[in-house]
Design a binder for this molecule. Sequence first.
Ligand code: DGJ
Length: 697
Amino acid sequence: MMEIGDNGRLWVLGGRTSSYALHLTDRDELLHLHWGPRISLEAAAALAREPLAPHWPFESRTDGLEEYPVEGGPRFVRPALSVRAGETRGTAWDFTGSDVEGDELKLRFTDPATGLALTLHYRMRDDFDVVERWVTVSSQLADGSLELLRADAATWTLPERDGWRLSQLHGRWAAESRLVRSGLTPGEKVLGSRRGHTGHQHLPWVALDAGAEAAEESGEVYGCALGWSGSWRIAVHHLPDGRVQINGGAGYDDSGLMRLAPGESYTSPVFAGLWSGAGFGGASRQWHAWQLAHVIPRAGKPRPVLYNSWEATLFDISEDQQRALARRAADMGVELFVVDDGWFGARTHDAAGLGDWSPNPTRFPGGLKPLADEVHGLGMQFGIWVEPEMVNPDSDLYRAHPDWVQFQPGRTRTEFRNQLVLNLARKDVQDHLWEQLDGLLTSAPIDYVKWDFNRCFTDAGWPGEPYPQKLWVEHVHAFYALVDRLRAAHPHVAFESCSGGGGRIDLGVLSRTDQVWTSDNTDPLDRLAIQYGFSQLHPARVMAAWVTDSPNTQLNGRVSSLRFRFVSAMAGVLGVGGDLTRWSPAELAEARDWVALYKEIRPVVQLGAQYRLRPPDGGLGAVQYTRGDDTVVLAWLQAQHYGEPPPAVRLRGLDPAASYTCPDTGTVYSGAVLLHRGLATGLRGDLDAAVFRLRRT
Ligand code: DGJ
């Protein structure tokens, strides 16, 4: 809901529990008024009438108040917008009008000196607390010399508080999305990626809370998340007066996004923000609900259980071996069988074949169709792995087009994993990839594409292009356009975003993929912390998790029971990734039971409201999912000490007056007891785990 006052110069956006208010002063300064619990238009108008605090010669009168601070003029905060037009730098704008289209508010400005036209976009949907913000910038300069150095999607302003804490999700390869929460001191904290992709190092998300006042299920929490799959930057600025401003957008450095010809425009990614009065858990549930309703395609449809042979076979694959694995997977109840890397070109190891997207003639003499048909005959969907944005120098593609990669003339072409990055900003590369991938999806009955991206940008040059730095942004736009076009042409195909595990997870990629590969770390214990962090922002519905072999083959040799591995992976979109040819009949039978159980709880896990009951740090960890009358609790005990039983797990979100029955044991529990005393898990020893189901009766 949107309310407008003050002769069209005051706006209050209203969501499920929160309001966001802003206004234009009589000097056309666009100032922030409120972001928090719901307020009326009258209350916002009263805020707008309050005089600005007195300022001193060394302070700006509007710093910390502006909705979108630009470069230039009496400002000392980080600018969201930086432009250069000939010798003119900075922006001084005039307000030219506003439009409301449905739930979207557009505020338009122009700067006559630079020929810049800027529109700030806001959207808040009635049943959600997420505010979506983005900007469009266009040029009206006839000579085409307007250079956009930076255009953040938004600046968020948080009110004065005594002590702010910052939560972030940090990591590296095989250790992504781990939550860290610490005090924020005056000055700036900058997160981002200068790697060309979202990166394993940080998910583009921050949460801010006022210190001791917020907890998992109570208190005020702000969150901001960026929808961009290239280099990015979120700068959190703790201002001297206790306010916080958060800028975020595409690009890490302010070294130039693009040059705008007359009439050309740049649209920033969406930087979404959220206020919750219900703690970190409440904020996460709001993020999840909004993504399920408005970001993730086909989110209402639960994802199938998949099998992927990567950890079992690495590059050593053959059609017969894949058929053998497929039969075992089907017998276990798997619904989607995915052939990973190694099926195409000369790709028998990681140094050749990348870029040549036709089946390896020795490994798949009849192409992929015979295997796909057998997989379908077994009652499963069929999926394949691709990495379209990359090329091995030892490939037919590179031999034919060595100039199609990003490179700097006269410099070494840096290789990681023996591969180079294709310059997707080039039209000929885009056309080639479309033909290859469209042809591939037409050549065999393929239902699923795991789209990988296994190295960062390094030599991001584009010889011959007058403004080569635009490739950082245009690569991402070309990647999005290719996925969008493939989805439109092959609407039954689902896509997974992978980048060596979780190197490309963000709201941008999630708006066009069905799930993400959370991490190459499939150790079920490490995964608990990774999944705990992931859940701060994203729902279980997109979080792929595999049960692999024990001892763990990829990382640490840890030994764990099939039970522990399954219950760990059942917290997301369950997959199996072990070498099924080595699993005993007893293990295969046990796995079949777990898969059957998962299918029963799947709608609750993937689509339900998630409550993080206990963090997985050391002792007992537990997560609850509730949907309608059904509740599922997953609990994991890392290590029992002194023979003491682990504590009962206190549930959330239940009706204290209702009874809940466990369909497996027939035990009836009082809602009040589950909420107050908790559920005794009976877990013991090391690496124990259990699934509890409850139905309101
Ligand atoms: C990295 C992915 O994260 C793995 O799951 C696997 O697909 C390999 N790439 C294949 O090269």
